[in-house]
Design a protein around this ligand. Structure first.
Ligand code: ZN
Length: 233
């Protein structure tokens, strides 16, 4: 069985709880693949084969230290149950549909890993915020945007059922890192060229809440949360 570990929630991020609360060394114990962001909503985190990398808003990419902390991450010990191979150009929308159908995953969390050649990757990366932290809708207004063409690498992320919006982001949330470690980010569109698509359903979810004073003191029951998530994506 594949367990999905979720560290904090979208609801908390929407409310501006950007402070890193979970140590990377702890997070890495729950899986070898994952995505997230770092302290202060700093960039786009991707964990590949147990190694965490951060794509910063200026496009710089670096390895993340075990002592650094994340405010939000999703992790899985990735054991694919379905694999498909494609040697044709298909876009994100087409792939999302194919994956969802193949894995019958609409009502489950699932993980997706696409490796190989991409014709196009359209990515962005959130910018590190300063205290006092703004709400997410404000924080995402200034981001780095990157277009990569003819790139080889790993796209990894999760599907969250839309009825669980607020714990995660409903639908697909995927990050990318090229094999040379120079290109990556939060992917909002892509075109595959010659890739392998691996998938795994997560039959359960382990949700880790931050054990901090800030988390205890903030009322995150925001009636506009769903609207805010939509506006931030
Ligand atoms: Zn992201």
């Amino acid at each position: 069985m594949n367990h999905l570990y979720q560290y904090s929630t979208m609801g908390a991020l929407v409310g501006g709880l950007f402070e890193g609360t979970f140590k990377m060394s702890e997070v890495l114990k729950s899986g070898n693949y994952g995505i997230g962001t770092m302290d202060g909503l700093d960039g786009e985190l991707i964990i590949i084969e147990g190694k965490p990398y951060l794509i910063e808003s200026n496009g710089n990419i670096r390895e993340v230290d075990a002592e650094e902390r994340t405010p939000f991450a999703s992790m899985i010990e990735f054991k694919p149950t379905h694999t498909l191979n494609y040697k044709e150009i298909l876009n994100k929308e087409q792939m999302d549909e194919i994956i969802l159908e193949e894995i019958e995953g609409m009502n489950y969390f699932h993980a997706v890993k696409i490796t190989g050649k991409f014709k196009l990757i359209k990515a962005r990366a959130v910018k590190k915020q300063k205290k006092p932290y703004p709400k997410l809708v404000e924080a995402v207004k200034e981001q780095g945007y990157f277009d990569y063409t003819d790139t080889t690498g790993t796209l990894f992320g999760f599907y969250t059922p839309h009825f669980i919006q607020g714990v995660g982001v409903g639908g697909y949330h995927v990050h990318y890192l090229s094999d040379d470690g120079k290109e990556g980010g939060h992917v909002f569109d892509y075109e595959i060229e010659d890739v392998s698509v691996e998938m795994a359903l997560a039959e359960d979810l382990i949700l880790k809440m931050p054990e901090t004073e800030t988390y205890r003191q903030n009322d995150l029951n925001n009636p506009d949360m769903l609207k805010d998530i939509e506006a931030s994506e």
